[in-house]
Structures are given as structure tokens and as C-alpha cells.
Design a protein around this ligand. Structure first.
Ligand code: SAH
Length: 260
């Protein structure tokens, strides 16, 4: 970008940049992400990326939607890896654009490993992960000094779509004052049942944050005990996060976000 007082790295042909696009609002893109959008030959785009982000692409850039989305037919991870490698070998500047951060529940590690094994040069451009930035748009801090000194990021989705196997729910419930679940909607009943069985209180504040940092953002505040019924009534849309813990109560004073 010419208007910056320092240089950003050159996007070399034949390389892949794995870039996080943040949770929604295109204003949350990093300078490196914008730089990559302005220089890429091909953008291989994840299903979660906000449509406004791609409008920043260089005119003439090819855009290939290739993402995994719960419940929909989606390309196999191996096919995505192969495609990235083939495009790089064809001498393209390949931008692999992902929602949030590429290394947080985004399979970015798998793609980077495949590129490393294939001997393709790559760069990782971190993005703002939904479990931090999306929560901020809901007026929920991931940590607050009087509330929690740690936070756990948990996936509600194992390899086969059900809850991750062999997960230590007792350890989580005991050790994590605040938990942020990604991909939790489909397994919500089970997540709640496990947390209650592991000793978390039914009156603990929780929130489901749906389509965070977009104009469609909806936040459902509830308690662990009421959550399943409240979600069944309100039907929050994916993508959504579940946050459990005292920080949720701060939303009453910190809910700054207004659509538009
Ligand atoms: N790499 C992404 C996460 C991908 S996993 C990141 O760092 O944010 C997909 C899950 O992320 C979704 O099921 C949802 O739990 C969460 N997510 C992503 N974008 C979101 C958004 N805008 N609002 C709420 N949740 C979101």
C-alpha cells in the first residue's frame, strides 16, 4: 500500500498467504489482510468470510469459494489443500481467506502443514477471532479483572461433527471460569448437560452471540439452566458462539454496538 509510511512484505508469485478476515465487519481487517486482497491473483475463500471483505479485492482477481459449512455439502479438506498447492505451483499469488483467525478452529494449521510438506512458501496473517472480537461486538469482554484470569476456547465440533471425544468436561468446568464455545449450536443440549453435570451452576450467566460483528448480530442472554429452552424459542442463526461465565453479566453496561 503506497499510502503507508513503512513497507509491507511483497506478495510473491507462487506463494500462499493464509489470511484471517475477522468475524464480520470489514473494518476489522489487518493492514496485511488488505494488502493481500489488493495483490492476490486468486482468492480461495472460506464460507464464513463476510461478503463485504471480498469487495476489497483487486479488480480482476479470481475468486474461488471453497469453504466448509456445517450441514452443507462442502469440499474435502484434502481437495482444498490440493487446490492451494496447484494454484501456487501455477505461479499465482494465492490468498486463502478465512473467517476470524486462520489458526483458531479454522483448519489453517492443516492447510499450512500441507503447504509446508509440498515445499510451498506461505505466510500466516492472523485475524481477529470471533471468540474475542465477536464477543467484543456483543459487549462481552473475554476477560475482566474482577471476574476471570483465564478463558477457554472450546470447539463444540469434533472430527465427525459430534462433541470432541475424550474431552475432560470436569477439568474444563473446574478450571475455566469463562468458556467460549465455537460451533456449539448443534450440540448445545449436550454441552449444557455436560457443564451442569460437571458442577456449573444453572443460574450462571450465558450468552449466544449470533452473526457477531455483522448487521445481523443477535445476542441472546440467558442462564445455563434456561439456555436450551431460550434457544429453542429464539432460533439464533449460525454462525454463533456460546459464552459461559461472569463476563456475560457485564454486557448490561458494555453493550455499545448498534447496527448500521
Ligand atoms: N477461525 C474462526 C472460527 C472458525 S470455526 C475464528 O477464528 O473465528 C466456525 C465457528 O466460529 C462458528 O461455528 C462460530 O462458533 C464462530 N464464528 C465465526 N464467525 C462468527 C461470527 N461472525 N459470529 C458468531 N460466531 C462466529
Amino acid at each position: 500500500m503506497r499510502d503507508l509510511p513503512f513497507d509491507l512484505p511483497t506478495f510473491e508469485p507462487g506463494t500462499v498467504w493464509l489470511v484471517g478476515a475477522g468475524p464480520g465487519d470489514p473494518g476489522l481487517l489487518s493492514l496485511l489482510a488488505l494488502h493481500a486482497l489488493r495483490h492476490a491473483d486468486v482468492i480461495v475463500q472460506d464460507a464464513l468470510v463476510d461478503p463485504r471483505v471480498v469487495t476489497l479485492a483487486r479488480p480482476g482477481a479470481e475468486i474461488e469459494p471453497m469453504g466448509k459449512r456445517g450441514g452443507h455439502a462442502s469440499p474435502r479438506q484434502g481437495d482444498i489443500n490440493d487446490r492451494l498447492i496447484a494454484l501456487a505451483r501455477a505461479g499465482k499469488r494465492v490468498l486463502r481467506l478465512k473467517g476470524g483467525d486462520p489458526f483458531v478452529f479454522g483448519r489453517g494449521a492443516e492447510e499450512a502443514l500441507a503447504l509446508a510438506d509440498a515445499g510451498i512458501a506461505f505466510r500466516v496473517v492472523p485475524g481477529i477471532t470471533a471468540g474475542v472480537g465477536g464477543l467484543a461486538y456483543a459487549g462481552i469482554p473475554a476477560t475482566a479483572r474482577d471476574c476471570n484470569s483465564s478463558v477457554a476456547f472450546v470447539t463444540g465440533h469434533g472430527q465427525d461433527g459430534s462433541l470432541p471425544q475424550g474431552f475432560d468436561w470436569d477439568g474444563l468446568a473446574r478450571g475455566a471460569p469463562v468458556m467460549v464455545f465455537y460451533m456449539a449450536l448443534r450440540q448445545l443440549d449436550e454441552v449444557v448437560a455436560r457443564l451442569l453435570a460437571a458442577g456449573r451452576h444453572a443460574d450462571e450467566p450465558v450468552a449466544v452471540v449470533s452473526r457477531a460483528a455483522t448487521e445481523h448480530q443477535v445476542v441472546l442472554e440467558s442462564t445455563l439452566g434456561r439456555l436450551v429452552a431460550d434457544v429453542a424459542a429464539a432460533h439464533p442463526e449460525p454462525p454463533a458462539l456460546l459464552v459461559v461465565g461472569g463476563v456475560v453479566a457485564l454486557r448490561r453496561r458494555l453493550n455499545w454496538w448498534r447496527p448500521g
